[in-house]
Design a protein around this ligand. Structure first.
Ligand code: GLA
Length: 757
């Protein structure tokens, strides 16, 4: 619901439990007033402090420049007084940079319009409402349209911006951020998700003192190192208590998120496309569209924030055939064979996999050109018939005969120096005049800002996919963007390349999903380097990390699950000792950890021990049985191994609270210690439940949580053993808890299935 209070010039956007309020001053400057728990009153203009005098009593009223440096401008501009981080920067043909935006007009309508060329949240029932407010600059004729959508079914407000050049001269946009939020609250911390390759999205909290905290990417991808997310949280904020003001950027390229505390203890947080290496020339009559920011406020800590993001992304971002469908259990040959495979080896894997409930074979890197290591053939997307005689047509036919689907890996944005494509078109890569572009993983980046290059890439993808019954694509992207120059764009448009590149990637994936509507697309970027809401709009799942070690995955998946639903997090069981860490974990634990994602295998099944092979049917059956919970369940984080260094625990609960699945991993074992009391969450306090241990190895559920353990441990668990299933009241499970049996050994996982009786 969006309401404009005409008498007081106040806009109020309501979601089921939150309100976002801003108003206009007498001089038509829009200023932010409030974001937080829902309030009915709209007469909140008094909070804009329009009449407050500046401290030194030498002047009677605030003068413009000083006022701007204090005022919580809804969309701050640079160059006319506000010295804090602004949202928009311009340069006129005279080389001048100031911009002053005043309210011009607005419209409120039901539903939400798409953003041109960009991923964005949507609402097919049009039950949300949108406010578009036009701000105008008298001098340049620039019009800035701020769009806000308030959702009816989730506590989310989305914001985006478009800039129209209604003047008669070209103008350079040097910065267009998408959202700005002001918060007046003391003792705030900033939560971000920094990381690295194979260590993506580690949760970090820092106290916000005077000055600023920044998280940003200028790598051309949203990146492993930083994540397009920032939240202001109160100092005492936990999973269940405290205030959270969060922003997540629906974009996959360079971004800037910055929180700052000013001289008056006002907090400003901004987010948008990174202004570094960005400069967009806007001709008269043209429009620039800036991507969307998702804003979430929670007054019940991080857990509620997480569940809000999950609901939004599940319902209003992910699209297409696979949106609500269970995804096939796949087996990927990357960690099984790397580049060393042929049809026989793949079919041997597929045969063993099919017998154990695995539903799709994915042929990873190395099937094309003459690629037998990282050094060649990207761009030459013809099947290497010496490895795969008869190409994918034959392989698909054989795999389909086993009752399985076939999927393939592609890295369409790249080209190897040793490739026919590069030899034919050395100018098709990002490069700057007179400089030899740098390679990373022995590859160059195709200059997708050139329409003819993007067109060629699409043709190549279409040809491969049309050659056989290929039902899944892993779209990889394995390097950062450097040498960002294009040989065809004019000099004053070189600053547009990175955003044009992103628009081209989105355009390609949009075409792909339209032309192959039932194709299951999984994005990937050296693991999770482009795991962001932008990519989620095109692919319902994203490979989370190249780190497949079950223990390392606990914290990587925890950071990812903080924002993204489990149904979209690519997670596989791999071989031990793990190829990345050398760690040996039980097969069952690897299964339990992968089960909180899309679930699959990435190992040579033909070389597993019988004991391990025998566990696979139980794991695949468990995935199929609990997939509805994993896909749709509400997520509750109970304990974090990252924080306690001993164990991890989280659960998913069905929306109607009749069923839940709890994952517990004892990371380190201790001698001489008690069983651990775990307080479940999200259940109906008045309902009664059974609690059963899920034994992945045997596809079965033991009668209760502790029955799979020794009688000593079962007793410690307080669950009884031979006395039949015990009934637990929801309130008891949540407030008093259950006891997790002490088990011998490190890296031990337990799954509990909780069912309303
Ligand atoms: C990236 C991906 C891996 C694998 C390799 C293949 O690193 O993240 O999963 O596909 O490329 O080269």
């Amino acid at each position: 619901m969006i309401h404009y209070d005409e008498a007081h010039h106040i806009f109020k956007l309501d979601t089921p439990n939150t309100s976002y309020v801003f108003g206009l001053t007498d001089e038509s400057y829009p200023g932010q007033i409030y974001y937080g728990r829902k309030i009915e009153d709209t007469d909140l203009g008094y909070l804009l402090r329009e009449d407050e005098r500046p401290q030194p009593p030498s002047v009677l009223r605030r003068e413009k420049a000083g006022y701007f440096d204090f005022y919580p401008m809804e969309y701050p501009t640079g160059g006319i007084g506000d010295a804090r981080e602004s949202c928009i920067g311009i340069r006129t043909m005279d080389g001048q940079e100031g911009l002053e935006l005043r309210y011009g007009s607005h419209q409120i309508y039901a539903g939400k319009k798409p953003l041109e060329g960009l991923p964005a949240t949507w609402d097919e029932n049009q039950s949300c409402s949108t406010l578009e407010m036009v701000l105008e600059d008298e001098v340049t004729g620039l019009r800035v349209i701020l769009s806000y959508t308030a959702f009816e079914d989730v506590d989310v407000i989305t914001r985006s911006v478009r800039v129209e050049n209604a003047g008669d001269r070209s103008i350079y946009l040097t910065k267009v951020l998408s959202a700005c939020l002001h918060v007046e609250q003391e003792h705030l911390e900033v939560l971000t998700l920094p990381g690295s390759w194979s260590r993506e999205r580690q949760i970090q909290r820092q106290k916000l003192g005077y000055g600023s905290i920044v998280t940003e990417s200028i790598r051309g991808i949203s990146s492993h190192q930083d994540h397009p997310f920032m939240a202001l949280v109160t100092e005492n904020c936990t999973q269940t208590t405290g205030d959270v003001y969060a922003m997540n950027f629906v974009y996959s390229g360079n971004f800037l998120a910055k929180a700052m505390r000013d001289q008056f203890d006002q907090i400003r947080m901004v987010m948008g496309i990174h202004p570094d290496r960005f400069c967009w020339k806007l001709e008269p009559g043209e429009t620039f569209w800036a991507p969307e920011v998702v804003m979430v406020y929670s007054d019940e800590g991080l857990g509620k924030m997480t569940r809000t993001f999950h609901s939004l992304y599940r319902r209003h971002l992910i699209r297409g055939y696979w949106k609500d469908r269970r995804r096939p259990v796949l087996i990927n040959n990357w960690e099984a064979t790397y580049f060393d495979f042929d049809t026989e080896k793949l079919l041997a894997i597929a045969r063993e996999a099919a017998e154990r409930g695995i539903e799709m074979l994915v042929v990873d890197d190395g099937w094309f050109g003459h690629r037998s290591n990282d050094d060649s053939s990207l761009g030459d997307w013809q099947v290497n018939e010496s490895k795969l005689p008869g190409g994918f047509a034959y392989l698909a036919q054989e795999v389909n005969k086993l009752g399985m689907k076939l999927g393939i890996w592609l890295e369409p944005e790249m080209v190897s120096e040793d490739s026919d494509l590069y030899r034919a078109h050395p100018d098709w890569v990002l490069r700057m005049n007179g400089r030899e572009p740098g390679q990373a993983r022995a590859q160059y980046v195709l200059d997708l800002s050139r329409p003819e290059v993007a067109e060629y890439v699409y043709g190549m993808i279409r040809d491969v996919l049309s050659s056989a019954n290929i039902e899944y694509v892993k779209w990889d992207m394995n390097r950062l963007l450097s040498d960002v120059g294009s040989l065809t764009l004019p000099s004053d448009r070189q600053g547009e390349i990175l955003h044009r590149y992103m628009l081209a990637v989105y355009g390609l994936q949009e075409r792909l999903t339209k032309d192959f509507p039932q194709l299951l697309l999984e994005n990937c970027c050296s693991g999770g380097g482009r795991f962001d809401p932008g990519m989620l709009y095109y692919s319902p799942q994203i490979w989370c990390s190249d780190d497949t070690d079950a223990i390392e995955r606990l914290s990587i998946q925890e950071g990812t699950q903080l924002l993204y639903p489990l149904s979209c997090i690519g997670a596989h069981v791999s071989i031990c000792p793990n190829h990345g860490t050398g760690r040996v974990t039980p097969f069952e634990t690897r299964g339990a950890v992968a089960l909180s994602g899309t679930f699959g295998y990435e190992l040579d099944i033909t070389r597993l021990s019988d004991e391990e092979k025998n566990q696979i049917p139980g794991q695949t059956a468990a995935y199929k049985k609990y997939s509805h919970l994993i896909r749709n369940g509400e997520y509750y984080r109970i304990a974090s191994w990252r924080e306690n260094h001993l164990y991890d625990c989280f659960m998913v609960v069905s929306e109607d609270r009749t069923e839940a699945l709890c994952t517990y991993v004892q990371v380190l074992s201790q001698i001489n210690y008690k069983s651990r009391r775990i307080r479940l969450q999200g259940l109906d306090p008045d309902a009664f439940y059974s609690v059963t241990g899920v034994t992945l190895a045997e596809t079965s559920e033991t009668e209760d949580a502790a029955a799979a353990e020794s009688s000593e441990n079962a007793a410690a668990a307080g669950c009884g053993n031979n006395a039949g299933p015990k009934r637990y009241q929801g309130a008891a499970l949540m407030y008093a808890g259950i006891l997790m049996p002490r088990v011998m050994g490190d890296f031990q996982a337990r799954l509990l299935h909780i069912m309303k009786i």
